[in-house]
Design a protein around this ligand. Structure first.
Ligand code: T3D
Length: 267
């Protein structure tokens, strides 16, 4: 069964345990307005509280994934005070990124076209990034005098190393999807017409897996960069203790011993 909810700037659909969120301002390459930040945030809240949702796909409508901040909202007339871009990050983008990363289920970005500025970093904050061959990633911020945000300066060096990350940030060069794959920035790059199916199949598979266990895996990896090995060993112990108490762990072991396919409930 599928349930579709209407938002002003995104499409939101739940089917087979998968929530699909489609950024939907195709004429402006799905660039972010305040309304789109609110809509995406509300969609994530819905996902957080719906136990039927066990995986998420984030993608864009039309030929783009997301071109970052809608720059029409940043035009300053002579004599006007500049916008407080720090406040927008503090109150809108940063809570959105924190919410996305904290989701206790796997999130797949299906990058269907250009991902620029905040749009690139939105994608890179997803757990698994799959791009269509025509997609490209641009740290466009430097071209308008800004710095990479939405966690770009954190996630990029961790994915591709300091040199390549800083180079992309300083030059604003376009990184084609195939090169992003070669650099280890994304999980996979597929033919454009196979993107939705590939991401959907993966999400539907993940939605049948031990959701609590997957959430603990995410937590361990998300906390890893800030931890020493000793702290991480302690965290693994704590998370493994909780994973070991789940019904799905019991089912996984039982199914293995009974030589049958496990039926995980996500609990
Ligand atoms: O609060 C704060 O402001 C701080 C937070 C900042 C976060 C950020 O994301 S800052 C970075 C903002 N994004 C950019 O600087 C990217 C701007 N866009 C581009 O450089 C190019 O559009 C692309 C490289 C992404 C794609 O180029 P191309 O040639 O494929 O498409 P296009 O023709 O440039 O764009 C198509 C349409 O989308 C066009 O509209 P039109 O002329 O047909 O009516 C274009 O104006 C519009 N569009 C694309 N990006 C944006 C946009 N409109 C508003 N804002 C955009 N970011």
């Amino acid at each position: 069964m599928s349930a579709t909810t209407a938002f002003e700037t995104i499409l939101f659909d739940i089917a087979e345990g998968v929530a699909t969120v489609t950024l939907n301002r195709p004429d402006k390459l799905n660039s972010f307005t305040a309304q789109m930040r609110r809509d995406l945030s509300d969609a994530l809240k819905r996902i957080e509280t719906d136990p039927a949702v066990r995986a998420m796909v984030l993608t864009g409508a039309g030929r783009g994934f997301c071109a970052g901040q809608d720059l029409n909202d940043r035009a300053v007339k002579p004599g006007d005070a500049p916008p407080d871009t720090g406040a927008t990050l503090d109150k809108e983008y940063n809570p959105l990124i924190r919410r996305l990363r904290a989701l206790e289920l796997p999130v797949i970005a299906a990058v269907n076209g250009v991902a620029a500025g905040a749009g690139a970093n939105l994608a890179l904050n997803c757990d698994i990034v799959i791009a269509g061959k025509s997609a490209k990633f641009i740290q466009a911020f430097c071209k308008i005098g800004l710095i990479p945000d939405c966690g770009g300066t954190w996630v990029l060096p961790r994915l591709i190393g300091h040199q390549r990350a800083l180079g992309l940030a300083l030059l604003g060069d376009t990184l084609p999807a195939e090169k992003a794959l070669e650099w280890g920035m994304i999980w996979d790059c597929v033919e454009d017409d196979a993107l939705a199916r590939t991401a959907g199949d993966m999400a539907r598979h993940l939605a049948t897996q031990p959701t609590r266990g997957l959430a603990y895996i995410k937590q361990a990896f998300n906390q890893s960069p800030d931890n020493t090995l000793n702290q991480q060993l302690d965290l693994e112990r704590d998370l493994q203790r909780m994973a070991g108490k789940t019904e799905d762990f019991r089912e996984g072991v039982t199914a293995f011993l009974e030589k049958r396919k496990p039926a995980f409930k996500g609990a």
